[in-house]
Design a binder for this molecule. Structure first.
Ligand code: SF4
Length: 323
């Protein structure tokens, strides 16, 4: 039986924003609307959906980089949302994040060696000789030359910067890494190198990932199980083979069909997903997907479908799979 490392329970986060000109109105963005999922130790769990579905907010709320409004996050049995400052500092050693744009998270005036040493100094992980040796080992582990430590962020390519971002996450030996669109800003050839690096680190260190992506093809290759998000809610979840062989939710099906097939012999252009994502300020009543769904029924416009478990680790929220 797999060990649950992270459990997220009915996590909710709404933002208020001022919108409009010249008379701005205060609006509420329903970024996360009571999502629940679990991540097993050693697995890569994918959070997938179109831009604005709330997946990055979910990753940040798990780490409390954004404070959620309500819900629960339990890490290895410990309540993350109740943790005080010191406890949270210790929990952050166990849970780290890799950003889409590591350049934005690196101080442009700080040499890479110093940027990698800093988290270890903050957490008191060794004396200066030990930290020095660890910086050298980390650079080698992520495929960067030893002299990278004396260089500044602007001296690196996008792929190299992502390697630095990964090395920085690894400095404190985490167990869980939230990888937020870690390859989507990179060229395809570089993407595969970074994915292979992340996979190698997973095998070597027994890492677990929350892998956030809009690219179902990448998630299919990288993850063992996934949750599909739409407008702040999870609409389907399950093991990757089952979800790809037999997607139950029409949105998952559309995402799958719009994802390129990684086979040079297959020349069929991927289908586009019909319509635009509605605003998270004012999501459609009933099933939020009903404005784009080819199977819409009357009840879809009236009531949000209940969440149903439909088999081994599989769940779906769709009236097609109701009682
Ligand atoms: Fe489509 Fe209705 Fe299912 Fe929503 S509940 S996905 S509108 S069939």
């Amino acid at each position: 039986m797999a060990e649950i490392l992270l459990a997220v329970e009915r996590l909710k986060k709404f933002f208020t924003q001022k919108r409009g000109f010249p008379n701005p109105e205060t609006v509420t963005v329903r970024a996360l609307d009571e999502i629940s999922f679990t991540v097993n130790r050693g697995e890569a769990f994918g959070l997938v959906g179109e831009s604005g579905c709330g997946k990055s907010t979910a990753g940040r709320c798990v780490l409390r980089l954004i404070e959620p409004d309500s819900g629960g996050v339990t890490y290895a049995g410990e309540d993350v949302l109740e943790a005080g400052k010191e406890r949270l500092r210790l929990l952050r050693r166990k849970m780290q994040i890799v950003f889409q744009d590591p350049y934005a998270s690196l101080n442009p005036r700080r040499m890479i060696g110093k940027a990698l040493a800093e988290p270890m100094q903050v957490h008191g992980l060794g004396d200066s000789a030990e930290i020095d040796a660890r910086v050298e080992a980390l650079l080698a582990e992520v495929g960067l030359p030893p002299d990278a430590r004396w260089r500044f962020p602007h001296e690196f390519s996008g792929g190299q910067r992502q390697r630095i971002g990964i090395a920085r996450a690894l400095t404190v030996s985490p167990e869980l890494v939230v990888a937020d669109e870690p390859v989507s800003a990179l060229d395809v050839s570089i993407q595969s190198q970074i994915l292979l690096l992340l996979r190698g680190l997973q095998d070597k260190h027994g890492l677990s990932y929350i892998f956030i992506s809009h690219d179902l093809g990448v998630v299919r290759w990288f993850c063992q199980s996934i949750a599909v998000m739409y407008l702040g809610r999870i609409v389907e979840t399950g093991p990757v083979p089952a979800i790809f062989d037999d997607p139950l939710h029409p949105y998952t099906r559309m995402l799958r069909e719009s994802s390129p097939v990684p086979d040079p012999e297959v020349r069929v252009a991927p289908a586009r997903i019909a319509g635009e994502v509605p605003s998270a300020v004012n999501p459609p009543a009933g099933c939020h997907f009903h404005t784009r769904c080819p199977h819409v029924m009357d009840k879809c416009r009236q009531a949000y479908p209940e969440w149903r478990m439909v088999g081994q680790g599989r769940g779906v929220a769709c009236h097609l799979h109701g009682a």
